[in-house]
Design a protein around this ligand. Structure first.
Ligand code: THU
Length: 136
């Protein structure tokens, strides 16, 4: 079941707002995400960089980890935004993390800096996820 247009626009607005909390002094690339849980709650996230670059956490994973640590494990959609003119696409690690908790009809909303966005299903974003060890 697709999420309704008002909900979708709300999620996009929350992702755009979440960019402002980003800690990105090294790349300067600030990202915000807003993740919609099955119960209707929304968890936002931003990227958090580190002087030891590999310790950096993307906005999407920040949102997922916040949500799972608050007891949510099933999600309907995520909106992802940066300040770039092009729609913000998730990295490979975030795609794999999201697929673990995404509903079959999960939707990615990839947002451009002007607020316009593209809608993509999981099959387009991560066609062959690793699931061999996944628990039910
Ligand atoms: N980043 C995200 O937060 N999400 C993405 O989808 C792509 C990349 C962050 C990681 C790093 O802080 C910065 O953007 C540059 O890669």
């Amino acid at each position: 079941m697709a999420i309704d247009p008002t909900r979708e626009r709300d999620l996009v607005a929350q992702a755009l707002a979440a960019r402002d909390a980003a800690y990105a002094p090294y790349s300067g690339f600030r990202v915000g995400a807003a993740l919609l849980a099955d119960d209707g709650s929304v968890f936002t996230g931003c990227n958090v960089e580190n002087a030891s670059f590999g310790a950096t956490n993307c906005a999407e994973r920040t949102a997922v980890f916040k949500a799972v640590s608050e007891g949510r494990r099933s999600f309907a959609a995520i909106a992802i935004a940066s300040y770039d003119a092009a729609p913000c696409v998730p990295c490979g690690i975030c795609r794999q993390v999201l697929v673990e908790f995404a509903r079959p009809d999960f939707v990615y909303l990839l947002v451009a800096a002007d607020g316009s966005y593209e809608r993509h299903p999981t099959e387009e974003i991560l066609p062959h996820p690793f699931r061999a060890l996944e628990k039910g």
